[in-house]
Design a protein around this ligand. Structure first.
Ligand SMILES: O=C(O)CCC(=O)C(=O)O
Ligand SMILES: [Fe+2]
Length: 206
């Protein structure tokens, strides 16, 4: 597991606001965490489940539904499907999460769709958020809310991104709503991307 650091091997389009960022502490990127044949099988499993159209992008919520408006978790939601449980168990087996995720959101991004800058709900979820990327690659933009540091990270299909520490609790992450991303040799068109994101619920004390 490598901590993301150094300059990125492509042109970021953060423009003149770009501060010379070197790393996002607590952000770990693992390429090829899922092999190409398994990514195809996972996409088929995901597409066999119903999608919610409550947002501009389609989503599936498992374990607990997350209420985007109230920034809170609601109780009833379908349980994690087998394919999500297997990935959750592997995250624990590899020491990436300290207990099995009990909240999973699948996000679908068609070209032109994104997710606005946010920190995953702090009172709702535990110290690690992990995301598997399937389908098209995209850039995820990390910004530090106070010092203005910015870093774009390319998420390739089959990769796993693990946010811990400052990457989880301080830095915001976002995916710009656009149809292509800057690359080393020009714009990289986006296709359909699907992410599976894993979290642990913080249960309120009674
Ligand atoms: O699509 C992704 O990789 C990340 C999605 C995300 O940030 C979220 O669901 O909170
Ligand atoms: Fe997030």
């Amino acid at each position: 597991m490598s901590e993301i650091s150094g300059q990125l091997p492509f042109d970021s389009d953060f423009g003149s606001h770009t501060a010379p960022s070197t790393s996002v502490p607590g952000l770990h990127y693992i390429a090829d965490w899922i092999s190409p044949d398994v990514t195809d099988a996972l996409l088929a499993d995901i597409d066999a489940e119903p999608w919610s159209t409550e947002l501009k992008r389609r989503v599936q919520h498992y374990g607990h539904r997350y209420d985007y408006g109230r920034r809170s978790v609601a109780a009833a939601s379908p349980p994690l499907p087998v394919w999500a449980r297997q990935a959750a168990a592997r995250l624990v087996g590899e020491g990436l999460m300290d207990r099995e995720a009990d909240q999973v959101i699948v996000n679908e991004y068609q070209p032109g769709q994104g997710i606005s800058a946010h920190v995953d709900c702090v009172p709702c979820f535990g110290p690690v958020v992990a995301a598997i990327s399937l389908g098209s690659s995209c850039l995820m933009d990390f910004t530090h809310p106070e010092d203005g540091l910015k870093l774009a990270v390319r998420l390739a299909p089959g990769s796993l991104l693990v946010m811990t520490g400052p990457a989880r609790f301080t830095w915001r992450h976002a995916i710009a709503a656009r149809k292509s991303d800057p690359g080393a040799t020009g714009r990289v068109p986006r296709g359909r991307r699907v992410s599976m994101t894993f979290r642990t619920i913080i249960h309120p004390k009674r």
